[in-house]
Design a protein around this ligand. Structure first.
Ligand code: GLY
Length: 594
């Protein structure tokens, strides 16, 4: 009932604002169209078969197995493992370590992440290898004597680093689901670090952009630094990183959390008043959790549970969106943006208040997903007028801009699948390398609410649920997700993008499920984002036409142009079993398979 009412109101608004009163069939009317409309209808009928062909003839379609990730060298590693008979967990293991070498801005040994597994038989599992606050961390760690956040302390200092979880996580994951020898799988990353690889143009530009920062924050080492500017094709050799990888190859997790590597980490912490100790490292453990799942218009959606806010927020957005007929909207239309934005606003307000580490805080997940609650929230969406975030919950409005993380998706020959997102938080994390070890430290402590009610670097505002406490995991937005159709794997989704991760995954589902786009079309499509606070629609260049901008501003929205939103590396399983891999054209992202 509600859905029907809402749609009628939507079309009422479209007619009123955009003068579409003369398109009666959009409203489900049975009136015969006038002559120009009959012509338009004919055009649509003629175009439908062309559109259908476009939908099935995507690039990057593989028949048996595929991997899609942020760097071509890592995608090649993944394909090599697949061709050797490796399963999705073997590929995830090799690709993660390869990304730690070839994609230092987000691939990592010094970070953490989440991995979603789906077996051929459709059983799901979820591994949380998120970083943790060191044991000596306190709620006021990043505040001055007056209780105000110290600028840059939670982002560009040694204290900004949480205890890394990636190495423990990848070993735990592979031990449970992998089939090939781990020492062999590490050889790819070791070779890339020891012998080097050619950097891409984007990487050259990026290294040059960060050169001063690396120099100023790393007086004891020269990693990623060069006397002259970097150029595409320059070879990046990382001998110290290779040594760490060899220690991991020889001693598994202990090669990282104990012995020489641990010593180097602790020494680096002492150099910069960081908090991580030997016992923090030795005690780190990844945690198996039950993934969060729900349905959207008959599709099953499985995603990341807390300490990610992602899965819960994604399901809330999708449940609210069940009340809207997105299939009636072009993905570049004011209606599409209006409804998505209002849904995102409502859900991000909840994220701020209710989300945190489930080991420390009991989350009202069932209530937040209940029809009763979501009906009440949906009633706040007035089809004629945007809400004001200050009416949903009060807050302050700082700015967000940069973020980084990386995601990869894999499906193997048996049909097992992995959706894995990993991060050191910001682009190059804290930008501080562990001297002698050649890897970057994360600045994940900034994902805590360092002062409840104050925004972090993504402009995300958190409350007590996400306050710092010793051994606690900071809240994340990472949203590795899978979608099933009729009991079969349909989509593998995920993206970097800090606070924009959840809205990007949400929009990818709307675009593929409702708007019938191919995975590549959806991934390449221009993005927009709203996160409750600041009360602004962020948009990529060309996401909104000048006419759409005018109309949205007239409706009362504030718009803010920003750089790329996300780099989604996703997979769609086609009706004939083909695998459509979709690397994001915003970066060097690549697909490989056979
Ligand atoms: N550091 C980004 C996230 O976990 O959401």
């Amino acid at each position: 009932m509600y859905q029907i009412q809402l749609n009628h109101l939507v079309f009422g608004r479209v007619r009123a604002i955009r003068g579409y009163a003369s398109l009666p069939w959009l409203q489900g009317s049975h009136q015969a169209p006038s002559v120009p409309h009959a012509f338009l209808l004919l055009l649509i009928v003629v175009c439908i078969p062309i559109f259908s062909i476009a939908q099935t003839s995507s690039p990057n379609v593989f028949s048996k197995a595929a991997v899609v990730c942020a760097h071509p060298e890592a995608a090649r590693v993944g394909e090599g493992v697949l061709r050797k008979g490796g399963n999705a967990a073997d590929v995830a293991f090799a690709v993660h370590f390869a990304l730690a070498v070839v994609y230092p801005s987000a691939g990592n040994l010094g970070g953490g992440g989440f991995a979603l597994w789906r077996s051929t038989g459709g059983e799901y599992d979820f591994l949380d290898f998120r970083e943790k606050a060191p044991e000596s961390a306190t709620a006021t760690l990043f505040l001055d004597a007056e209780g105000n956040p110290v600028p840059l302390k939670s982002t560009e200092t040694h204290a900004a680093s949480g205890v890394p979880g990636s190495v423990a996580g990848l070993f735990a994951f592979h031990r449970k689901y992998g089939t090939l020898n781990r020492a062999d799988l590490l050889k790819y990353a070791i070779r890339l670090a020891e012998q080097g690889f050619s950097i891409t143009q984007m990487q050259a530009d990026d290294f040059n952009l960060y050169a001063e920062k690396f120099k100023s924050l790393n007086p004891s080492n020269k990693y990623l630094q060069k006397a002259t500017d970097w150029k595409a094709g320059d070879r990046l050799v990382q001998k110290d990183l290779a040594k760490v990888l060899k220690a991991i190859q020889a001693k598994e997790e202990k090669g990282f959390y104990e012995g020489r590597t641990a010593k180097l980490i602790v020494k680096e912490m002492k150099r910069g008043n960081g908090l991580i100790t030997y016992s923090d490292l030795k005690n780190y453990q990844a945690v198996w959790r039950k993934p969060i799942s729900g349905t959207y218009k008959g599709y099953k959606v499985v995603s990341a549970p807390p300490p990610s806010a992602g899965g819960l927020a994604l399901l809330q957005m999708l449940k609210l969106s069940e009340r809207v007929d997105f299939s009636a909207f072009d993905h570049k239309s004011v209606d599409d943006i209006f409804y998505s934005t209002e849904v995102q606003r409502l859900v991000y307000a909840d994220r701020a208040k209710f989300a945190g580490d489930p080991d420390f805080f009991s989350l009202p997940i069932d209530s937040l997903l209940s029809d009763e609650y979501l009906n009440k929230r949906a009633a706040k969406i007035n089809p004629y007028t945007p809400n004001k975030s200050s009416d949903i919950l009060p807050g302050h409005f700082p700015v967000l801009e940069k973020e980084n993380t990386t995601h990869f998706s894999i499906v193997d020959e048996q049909g097992n699948a992995v959706s894995l997102t990993t991060t050191i938080n910001d682009h190059y994390g804290s930008k501080i390398f562990v001297t002698g070890a050649g890897f970057l430290l994360n600045n994940e402590m900034d994902d805590f609410s360092i002062k409840p009610g104050t925004a972090n670097m993504y402009g995300l505002t958190g409350m007590d649920a996400n306050a710092i406490a010793p051994g606690k995991r900071m809240l994340s937005s990472m949203t590795p997700t899978m979608v099933e159709k009729d009991g079969k794997l349909f989509l593998i989704l995920g993206t970097p993008g800090g606070s924009t991760i959840i809205t990007t995954v949400y929009r990818l589902i709307i675009q593929v499920v409702d708007q019938k786009m191919t995975m590549n079309q959806a991934v390449a499509g221009k993005r927009f984002h709203h996160q409750w606070l600041p009360d602004v629609i962020f948009y990529e260049e060309d996401a909104l036409t000048p006419e759409m901008q005018e109309e949205l501003i007239r409706m009362g929205y504030e718009l803010r142009l920003r750089g790329y939103i996300g780099r989604a590396d996703c997979i769609r399983i086609l009706p004939d079993g083909g695998i459509e891999a979709a690397p994001d054209p915003r970066g060097d992202d690549s697909a490989a398979g056979y």
